[in-house]
Design a protein around this ligand. Structure first.
Ligand code: ATP
Ligand code: MG
Length: 290
């Protein structure tokens, strides 16, 4: 799969309306099986690469999921995770900030949650909420920032701060993958109705979701701007078609595998002395079992 189809280049301004949320590439409802097979293959590959990442212990991977409600963040994460070793993986979900979190700068809570070397960290929502929901609902005034420091350049400044932050962690070994799950408004409606009609899904529906849906256009505009301002060569955004969950998962797995493959990683090599020791240990063990 050519993942370049989904990446947002640093040099190019994109318009979300040019991306089709129901795009499925060469796959369609009739050859969904082939997509599922490829997803399984990707999961196996991911597990292999994660093992190397852990052993090499230099790089870390940060995977960010952002999307409108019901776009499939949770289920994509569930699928990605099912291909990984839980010991080397962490998932963090970011909701409305707590009192303690508001007593710090907006990058504090996510910075604390960054993955260690050798690990894969998944953010279900992230510091990008700071230029999305915070912008849509004008929440800056609740963030306890000294008033004299807030001016009309706040969003421009935040984009720059985010770019700088991502550059900083990238240059220290964190590879960042950012997914925007691109859902259509119609498909969101269908999924909300399903949540309302299916008892086991009822809990997933909240009145707040409808409120946010009414601000759809505003959100799309904010997403578009945030993506354009913060997609960089080293920390790119991928716009993933989200109307077909099976395709969303496939693209996500494909991007992760291809990104991991590009990293220079190797299993630690033992020197001659260590190898000689291993030989001695083996002889000892064989001796013991006798
Ligand atoms: P799901 O609905 O699948 O459980 P979710 O991520 O939508 O997952 P919710 O508890 O429904 O979780 O919503 C969390 C809310 O918190 C979202 O509306 C999000 O925009 C909001 N949020 C996240 N970060 C911030 C922030 N920094 N400031 C204000 N609101 C935030
Ligand atoms: Mg929600």
């Amino acid at each position: 799969m050519n993942i370049k189809e989904f990446v947002v280049k640093e040099s190019k301004e994109i318009s979300l309306k040019d991306f089709n949320p129901s795009y499925t590439g060469k796959y369609n409802a009739n050859n969904k099986k082939a997509a599922a097979k490829r997803l399984e293959r990707n999961k196996a590959k991911m597990a292999e690469l994660q093992d190397k990442l852990y052993a090499h212990d230099r790089h870390s991977i940060l995977i960010i999921f952002q999307a409108m409600d019901a776009a499939g963040k949770d289920s994509s994460i569930k699928h990605v995770m099912s291909g990984l070793n839980p010991q080397g993986t962490q998932v963090f979900s970011f909701k409305q900030p707590s009192k303690e979190e508001l007593d710090h700068d907006y990058l504090w809570r996510t910075t604390k949650a960054l993955p260690e070397r050798g690990r894969i960290g998944i953010f279900n929502r992230s510091y990008y909420e700071e230029v999305l929901v915070v912008k849509v609902h004008n929440l800056v005034k609740y963030q306890k920032i000294p008033e004299e420091l807030i001016d009309k350049n706040i969003w421009k400044n935040r984009y720059r701060q985010i770019r700088n932050f991502e550059d900083h962690i990238y240059k220290n070994g964190t590879t960042i993958i950012k997914f925007f799950l691109h859902l259509s408004k119609d498909e969101q409606k269908r999924r909300f109705l399903k949540r309302l009609d299916t008892p086991s899904k009822n809990w997933k529906f909240s009145a707040a979701d409808l409120k946010e849906r009414n601000l759809w256009d505003k959100y799309q505009k904010c997403y578009e701007e945030a993506i354009n301002k913060t997609s960089t060569k080293n920390s790119p955004w991928y716009i993933v078609p989200a109307d077909n969950k099976w395709f969303t998962r496939l693209v996500v797995s494909e991007v992760i595998v291809q990104t991991l493959k590009k990293l220079k990683m190797e299993y630690p090599k033992l020197n001659d002395e260590q190898l000689a020791n291993l030989k001695a240990y083996k002889e000892q063990l064989i001796g013991i079992s006798n």
